[in-house]
Design a protein around this ligand. Structure first.
Ligand code: IMP
Length: 502
């Protein structure tokens, strides 16, 4: 007879944290969110770590190079999706590794014959108000000038007029030549009191733009995660099919961490693939495995797969219909608690700590906090990042609200059949994810700052200063449905939520 596990599968919303003693030391500025990304002997430094315990899901609608850049600047790591060609994925990794802080590639470019109406349309699409005017209208062509909102009046000028009548030409611009350092560029911006400094090559073709606002931005990212050469840190996903070829291409362009992307990682395929990579590239390469929801799954990947970290979670993702389609999965809190217990047991036996990552279903900052308290070293999120400016999808407006598309890797849209081995054929037989929209939530940096502020504030309430201390000292209580109701507002009217009747 099948084994029945009597314990109920539980999820984050069923728990609350109890405060501990908050001493004068327990202030947010003393909280350190640095966590290990790779396995390590107790007492030794891990080969890789995160400054912020956030990683982004390997999904087409989430982890492109812009998002990876923005997340590394906040101290986390993106895993660039593998449901694309090896060349395209390696190119995304390369773009992050070659990112020169403060030097941005112009994404808004037009030619002088375009109209003001074209400029307004482009501004709406990109959200950027500085448009480079180049000979061909492409970003690396000869730079002729810049068009900003100061060059024309949207409601007064004739929008059908060509840009050539309005833009500020090179003779009146301050610019610099390629090779200039960020410090020199910033100095030039400061002295000229300009907002934007174009950088051109010897032929006068546009290479980068340096913005005054990025100078301030840089100063507000003290947690930036970089490699030894001060290049931004980035991860990439692998499948168990073309992993040898893919890993080589990714490592060649400088990827910092690899991670198998599979809905069920408790398989011989994954363990053997991870081992093969380990044998070829040695202990230095960081390899993540998963997903698992059981103690056995964790131990199998740690032992047979020799992986660096293990992702936990099946069926909890916001776009996921795996539980409905196949009836497998586990409440995320229960899965996490069981795997964290096994990680600690494994650590006691071997002296080796294998970090775990809670993947999927984190809908609120309180869920992130609870995942960390229940034993996760880091969290992987899809929806959270898909909503941000830097995710690779365009914004759309519906009934006055802005949204971004978000689809599962197991949906027909992504067709990531390697992630969902459903048959021997290279196709999805049935969908395990939906194709949807999520509200637009603005720039990633601002969103992460708020989440981090909440995590740090809660940790101060608990009387802990590190994620490790949180694992050891958090006291968690189960809540009744009425307690959850009690936690919301009661018998009050919030003015902004009252429907105005006319
Ligand atoms: P979210 O943060 O709740 O949006 O969940 C993201 C996670 O869902 C990813 O990291 C994957 O583990 C998982 N996932 C991605 N695509 C699919 C899918 O199509 N079906 C089921 N799970 C998915």
């Amino acid at each position: 007879m099948a084994i029945l596990i009597d314990e109920i599968s539980r999820t984050f919303g069923e728990f609350l944290l109890l405060p501990g003693l908050t001493t004068k030391e327990h202030v947010p500025s003393n909280v350190n969110l640095r966590v290990a990304l790779s396995k390590h002997k107790i007492g030794e430094e891990p080969r890789a770590h995160l400054n912020t315990p956030f990683v982004s899901a390997s999904m087409q609608a989430v982890s492109g190079s812009d998002l990876a850049t923005a997340l590394a600047r906040k101290g986390g790591c993106a895993f660039i999706f593998c449901s694309q060609s090896i060349e395209a994925q390696a190119e995304m990794v390369r773009a992050v590794k070659e990112h020169k802080a403060g030097f941005v590639e112009s994404d808004s470019n037009l030619s002088p014959s375009n109209t003001l109406a074209d400029a307004l349309k482009l501004r709406q699409e990109t959200g950027h108000s500085t448009i480079a005017i180049t000979e061909s209208g492409q970003k690396h062509s000869k730079l002729l000038g810049l068009l900003t909102s100061k060059d024309f009046w949207e409601y007064k000028d004739d929008l059908s007029r060509p840009i050539m009548e309005f833009y500020t030409p090179m003779e009146r611009l301050v610019y610099a030549e390629e090779g200039v350092t960020l410090q020199q560029a910033t100095e030039k911006l400061w002295k000229s009191k300009k907002e934007c400094l174009p950088i051109v090559d010897a032929q006068g073709c546009l290479q980068y733009l340096v913005f005054r606002k990025d100078y301030f931005d840089h100063h507000s990212n003290p947690d930036e995660l970089t490699d030894e050469g001060k290049r931004l840190f980035v991860g990439a996903a692998l499948n168990t099919f073309d992993y040898m070829e893919r890993a080589k291409a990714l490592l060649d362009v400088g990827v910092d961490a690899l991670c198998f992307d599979s809905s069920d990682g408790h398989t011989e395929w994954q363990a053997q693939s991870a081992r093969t990579l380990r044998n070829k590239y040695g202990p230095a390469v960081v390899i993540g495995g998963g997903n698992v929801v059981t103690a056995e799954g964790f131990r199998y990947l740690a032992e047979a797969g020799d992986v660096d970290f293990v992702k936990v979670g099946i069926g909890g993702g916001s776009i996921c219909i795996t539980r409905e389609q196949k009836g497998i999965g586990r409440g995320q809190a229960t899965a996490l608690m069981e795997v964290a217990k096994e990680r600690d047991r494994y650590c006691k036996e071997t002296g080796i700590y294998v970090p775990i990552c809670s993947d999927g279903g984190l809908n609120f900052d309180t869920h992130i906090i609870m995942a960390l308290a229940l034993g996760a070293d880091m969290v992987m999120m899809g929806k959270y990042f898909a909503m941000t400016e830097e995710s690779p999808t365009p914004k759309i407006t519906f009934k006055g609200q802005r949204y971004k598309p978000y689809w599962g890797e197991g949906s027909n849209r992504a067709r990531n059949w390697q992630r969902y081995k459903q048959s021997e054929k290279p196709e999805l037989v049935f969908e395990e994810g939906v194709d949807a929209y999520v509200p637009y939530s603005g720039p990633l940096g601002e969103k992460v700052d708020v989440s981090i502020a909440k995590i740090k504030a809660t940790m101060c309430n608990l009387g802990v200063l590190t994620v490790k201390e949180m694992h050891q000292n958090a006291r968690i209580t189960r809540v009744s449905e009425l307690t959850i109701v009690e936690g919301g507002t009661s018998s009050v009217q919030q003015l902004d939520r009252i429907q105005v009747q006319s």
